[in-house]
Design a protein around this ligand. Sequence first.
Ligand SMILES: [Zn+2]
Ligand SMILES: [Zn+2]
Length: 398
Amino acid sequence: MVSEISPLAERLALRYDAASGRRTIAGKEVLLHCHHYNARLQRTVESADLVEGKRLIVGAAETVFAEHVGLALREGDSLANRWAVAERLYAHLGFGRIDLSRVHEGVVLAPASHFVEGWFAGLGRPERRVCSFTEGYVQGAVHAVAGELVEVREVECMALGAPACRFAVAGGRTEPLARNVKRPLVFQARGGEWLHSPAVDERAIVEAVAAMPVAGGEDGLVPAFGVYLACMPADFYNRVCLGFLAEMRRVGRGAPAERLLAAEAEYCALNTYHGVLHSPEWDGLVAPMLRGPDDVLFATMTFCNALGYGQWHVAGLCPGQWMVVESVNGYEALGALEYVGRTAAPQCNGHKGAAAGIFALVYGEGPLSERFGAFHAVEEACIACGDPVCRFRVERVT
Ligand SMILES: [Zn+2]
Ligand SMILES: [Zn+2]
């Protein structure tokens, strides 16, 4: 096995491009997100009565990971090696552990799960099995590894008390697998005049965060900053969120759908960056730099730029009251252009919510639960609408 492990690790190595702020693993752009966001996004999408939310999650995972597993495979891989790549990619990205050794008996076991942890952490005991993402991942992986169309259904879930999540794999499926079709995009990020703090060494922060080892351990989970992290392909989020918005708009519920997506990101930002600000990594690297009262904001915004979302910067600030943030190449805006083309309305609900959450963390008062919703954010300009940058204005709710 050792001879297999080293080349696999090489295939799955992280590449970080400082100029664009992009993280790439096995040929796909990924971004770091926490278990709060992933589980809550799933719950939001799946609990909307008027749309087929579960189908959206399973379909997005199937499409994106059929491609991603395929990109991690090499010509000449043995079949055993191909299955190992599919298992390893899942664990490496932080989704937990899956055992594909009995897939041809129709059984897949998953003894550790990022999504189940996310559910336990904040959403309580669910009414039903929660591992839609893994169903889609396995469907995509089987297609990439063996070229077969299968339907995977979770039959036992740890979120309901089972010792491991168990999936039934059925052949004979006729519905084809949707390919990850995107429009070619030629986009040049714009430079700009942004605010900086002389005390905050942005380059040192970005380099240190980009160099942090982020990979699933034995159980395929990535505990850090008081949350579980996962490296999710941007394509997955874009397919889920764009699909959710399109379906909700079709039934006249576009505005609440946008608010829900922004709220999940705000909640995630409050929790994850609260963990970041109280971590040994922050204490060791960032805390010694902090001089002025606003340095925490500049350092936190910089920290984000190493996580794979693209680059954003503070463009205007009235401490504690409002800020303007410009995002020069956010994954949501570029994803909208790639999947649906130029849009009439701004698209970056995740960035919008995250900006509000970070501002509330730095300048809000009281426990996190009271800071949620304390600041209002709007996206005034968006690359997806043809503007040169996405611009967010965050303001205190009076
Ligand atoms: Zn499960
Ligand atoms: Zn935008």
